[in-house]
Design a protein around this ligand. Sequence first.
Ligand SMILES: *Cc1c(COP(=O)(O)O)cnc(C)c1O
Length: 397
Amino acid sequence: MNSSEGAKPFSQHPDTRLVTSGRDTKAQKGFVNPPVVHGSTVLYPTAEDLHAHRGEFQYGRHGTPTTRALQETLMALEGPNCAGVGIAPSGLAAITTTLLAVLKAGDHLLVCDNAYRPSRNFCNGLLARYGVETTYFDPLIGAGIEALFKPNTRAVLVEAPGSQSFEMPDIRAIAEVAHARDALVIDDNTWATPLYHRSLDQGVDISMQAATKYIGGHSDIMFGTISANARAWPLVTEAIRLLGACAGPDDVFLALRGMRTLSVRLAQHYRSGLDVARWLATRPEVARVLHPALETDPGHAIWKRDFTGASGLFSLVLKPAPQKAVDAMLDSLKLFGMGYSWGGFESLAIPFDCDSYRTATKWAPGGPTLRLHIGLESVEDLKADLDRGFAAFNAAI
Ligand SMILES: *Cc1c(COP(=O)(O)O)cnc(C)c1O
């Protein structure tokens, strides 16, 4: 993992910042993009420089011109409250590194019950073994989280919205309570990205992303980012140094390349996702569509207040039906692939069950649940594919 600090002007539109940041034409010898630096050793010109650790780069693990370009671009997108961006080899590594950075033995951690399951596994496994206690909370708890605080509560992990059940926590209310108790707020911002959710401006201290998803955008990298404010950045950068992991240069480069087109891709995912969600809401086979940008969604008011867009990931609850009908639907889909992860150019459909591992709240959807990722294909073709899926579903009931 690498880390870098630096500031960029924020007067321009985020779309412009995504395109212009992290570029140094002269250093790149005129080329638009930085080189993909494969490197470990950095040579020092003199013994004096070596003794003083002088120089822009000291060692491959601590950063290269490629990682710096990526970090500057993400910092420019996050805005003035971002004091630094750390790089992790996966989204999960970004979460685990962040938790290790801010917690110590004897601390207490609060985690949203709709958090990404592997994040929970880390808390219940390694963190518990190292003496950190985790309490899960209802995603809709809001300021009521106050009652769960203990004198040793050091951090709160939220995910807005949860990437399966799409409940929308009130991060502002949670952050207000956390800060009054001197705890840090960590947000898994993978769904919206900082383009649609500037969480560092809304009370979040550390905003991490599985850059595997929309930052990469092409289902071809594993990558994570950790953006921190001035209060949290020293902890994050220290943990990154101590843990010693770093990402491969090709993945760093692809993440940077993904960021250049993030805005147009997300705009299309947003538009197409909402279009398909509205269409699904009219289908007789569908009991409920879980998408915070829908006016009927329980999280809509918070989404409208805190987010400037939505991505292409949402869920739906089908009318009660046997598993074989759901499987028949999935097997008949031609454009929607079945597989984990999301955020690439391609559409995906996956059944999920988030009730089996939740502990603070019961999530009783009342029917089979599917999560869809709406890719960059034509919306009409996607609807036709789902229509075919519903025909197979109905035939198998
Ligand atoms: C995928 C995902 C992660 C983990 O990212 P990886 O790169 O797969 O390790 C973390 N949080 C959320 C919300 C995710 O969807």
